[in-house]
Design a protein around this ligand. Structure first.
Ligand SMILES: Nc1ncnc2c1ncn2[C@@H]1O[C@H](COP(=O)(O)OP(=O)(O)O)[C@@H](O)[C@H]1O
Ligand SMILES: [Mg+2]
Length: 362
């Protein structure tokens, strides 16, 4: 482990990451969950199975300490309660607290992918990962962007790293363990990257089976994790094709802005090609609407268009726009720890439950 370079901002260096802390969390969850529902059960959204802490966007509820951000979701929250619809305009299912796991793996690999930059890929990778880890899942985040934003967002200085995911791809015989970093979030590890990775794109071209290099590199890690989330770079180049080849499913974050859908056709075409030629298992897990502000007609219209285009592929969970997210990047930690009670944290926890519910429903 190259631990020396890892200095999580505001985190707890030296925290024992892994089963001990996770189990503590799980057992606390287990105590508060009266019924053991299967993880895929989607109970109707009614008053009897009322909201638990942090489960839904509900700016009026007592747990809401972030009024500035709550305002961004207010109109929909009122409608949600009245009509029991979510921000996507569809009935909002109930996503139960996932059951604790007794053992871990094999991992489900998810690629966070959109060739457009600034849509929330990195933010979603960190925070979905941290929320899954809170629910007792063992999570590995893979920084697959030479800019290293995921590593920075977790308090790592990529410039100081000698060994990164690049070495794992290019050097046969290098153990993944030597590249792995523990994060301040118990149960969540990181394969960091830095600018070195940009060379891989060129060097891989002459390799045999160049598209499945990442898949081969991740194979020995599959048994140790429940989820591996790959933060893709903003392009549809060879690195992204590697991520799609390694993945079981893709999450596509879409910013609720005017040109959100532009380029998505090209992305779905790429996903389709990878499925046909390289990875028949690959599925579109979902479209994740990000930076949503229900106060603006514009944001609501864009979301309506996205739902029109992708229907049930759009996650019920929608991530609102809040300055809390840029703040977390500076702090070098996920929003689930930086502002644990914020609606932003609640949104990613709900996304984690939705992802788990979808996975179990398959
Ligand atoms: N829901 C959000 N509300 C406000 N700002 C956000 C949100 N999600 C991400 N951001 C900010 O937008 C910028 C781009 O997000 P990022 O996750 O890095 O996108 P990508 O990885 O797709 O380029 C970052 O500064 C991030 O902090
Ligand atoms: Mg990014």
């Amino acid at each position: 482990m190259n631990e020396s370079t890892f200095a999580p901002g505001g985190g707890q260096p030296g925290t024992t990451v892994g089963s001990v802390a996770v189990r503590t969390f799980e057992s606390r969850r287990a105590e508060t969950t009266t019924e053991t529902q299967p993880a895929y059960a989607m109970a109707p959204f009614n008053d009897d199975n009322d909201l638990q802490d942090g489960q839904f966007y509900d700016p009026d509820a007592e747990y809401e300490p972030d009024p500035e951000y709550a305002a961004t979701l207010a109109p929909d929250a009122a409608r949600q309660r009245r009509e029991r619809v979510g921000p996507t305009g569809r009935p909002l299912p109930y996503f139960p607290i996932p059951n604790p796991l007794t053992d871990h793996g094999p991992a489900k690999i998810v690629a966070m992918c959109n060739q457009k930059g600034g849509v929330g890929k990195t933010t979603s990778t960190i925070n979905l990962g941290a929320a899954l880890a809170e629910y007792g899942r063992r999570v590995l985040l893979v920084d697959f962007d030479p800019q290293g934003a995921l590593s920075v967002g977790l308090g790592v200085n990529p410039m100081e790293l000698d060994i990164t995911v690049y070495n794992l791809l290019m050097e046969r015989g290098l153990a993944a363990d030597e590249v792995l970093l523990k994060t301040a979030v118990p149960g969540m590890d990181l394969l960091p990257s830095n600018i070195d990775l940009s060379a891989a794109e060129v060097q891989l071209v002459s390799e045999v089976a160049r598209e499945s290099t990442l898949q081969r590199a991740l194979k020995p890690l599959m048994a140790d994790y429940d989820y591996i989330v790959i933060d893709c770079q903003p392009s549809l180049g060879l690195l992204t094709v590697n991520a799609l080849t390694a993945a079981h499913s893709v999450i596509v974050p879409l910013e609720c802005e005017f040109f959100a859908l532009r380029g998505v056709a090209l992305l779905t075409e790429t996903i389709e090609k990878v499925r046909e030629r390289l990875n028949p298992e690959l599925e579109l897990d979902g479209i994740l609407a990000t930076m949503y502000d229900s106060r603006t007609v514009h944001s609501r219209e864009v979301l309506a268009r996205v739902v029109e285009a992708f229907d049930e592929h759009v996650f019920h969970t929608v991530i609102g726009r809040t300055v809390r997210f840029p703040e977390t990047t500076v702090a070098g930690e996920p929003i689930t720890t930086y502002a644990s009670n914020s609606v932003g944290a609640a949104a990613y926890r709900q996304l984690a439950r939705e992802v788990l519910a979808r996975c179990h429903a398959e």
